[in-house]
Design a protein around this ligand. Structure first.
Ligand SMILES: [Mn+2]
Length: 270
């Protein structure tokens, strides 16, 4: 497994669930100093910092790029893969495609979280699921051609009405023709939705591709009431070897949050 920490390069979204917020250089160096193995980037599009800056920083620190988030497509540009307007869906697909290509330069998968959208009065549930299927088929195959996977994230009920439960998402992925899509287990969302996080991870281990590491209240692990020990044991038992990536509030401040996270990671996974 790899310890991973989120870095946001979108200052206008300050207060969101990302740990480090400073410049790319400062954040990557701080992550390396604290002992993380990888970083997960949240950017406003398919680039980070100056030309070659990210590559140079990763080379210099030995950190991996663990994943790239695509949420800015929705939050900043109003795009979703299940939008009733075909034109907007097409823009959403091309945004994700560019993010896949950006991540692939560093062997990192892109994550589809809020970009999945929701069904609504103007899009039926079946239409939304069909749009999502079409998008994941196309983008999963595209990710394959780039040598990476595409990570789909079930979210809690307050953030989407498409897939809230990890195992429902597993069955959905089973039905796709593409083998380019895997799943994200976000321990904050799962804390709200699952009967047992460990049981769901065990039963759906076949599709697990990424983990978001956060406590029950989205604070860094150690600040809430999620019982992390059995979840960590399950991840080890199923042989998960991907990123355990801290997607949590910078609470009480970014550096303390980063320190709490690496301490918790070591406590539960070493
Ligand atoms: Mn997440």
């Amino acid at each position: 497994m790899k310890s991973c920490i989120t870095i946001s390069l979108v200052p206008s979204l300050k207060g969101g669930p990302w740990i480090l917020w400073d410049s790319l250089e400062k954040s990557v160096k701080e992550s390396a100093r604290l002992g993380f193995d990888a970083i997960e980037l949240f950017t406003d599009g398919p680039q980070a910092g100056e030309k070659n800056e990210l590559r140079n920083l990763l080379n210099e620190t030995g950190l991996a790029l663990g994943a790239v988030g695509t949420g800015a497509g929705k939050v900043l540009n109003g795009l979703t893969l299940t939008h009733p307007d075909q034109n907007i869906r097409a823009k959403a697909i091309s945004f994700v495609r560019e993010m896949i290509d950006f991540g692939a330069l560093f062997n990192a998968p892109a994550i589809i979280g809020s970009m999945q959208g929701s069904y609504s009065e103007s899009t039926s549930k079946q239409d939304a699921l069909n749009y999502l299927t079409d998008a994941l088929e196309e983008l999963g195959d595209h990710a394959n051609t780039q040598g990476v996977s595409l990570i789909y994230e079930p979210l809690n009920r307050y953030e989407t009405n498409l897939f809230n439960l990890y195992l429902d998402a597993c069955e959905f992925i089973d039905q796709l023709s593409t083998n380019g899509v895997s799943l994200l287990a976000d321990l904050f969302h799962m804390n709200i939705e699952e009967d047992s996080i460990s049981d769901s991870l065990q039963k759906g281990a076949r599709h697990l591709g990424h983990v978001h590491f956060a406590d029950s209240n989205r604070k860094p692990v150690g600040n809430g009431h999620t019982n992390m020990a059995p979840i960590a044991t399950t991840l080890q038992e199923i042989g998960y070897d991907g990123c355990v990536s801290a997607e949590a509030f910078a609470w009480p401040d970014p550096l303390t949050a980063a320190k709490t996270t690496i301490d918790s990671y070591r406590k539960f996974f070493s």
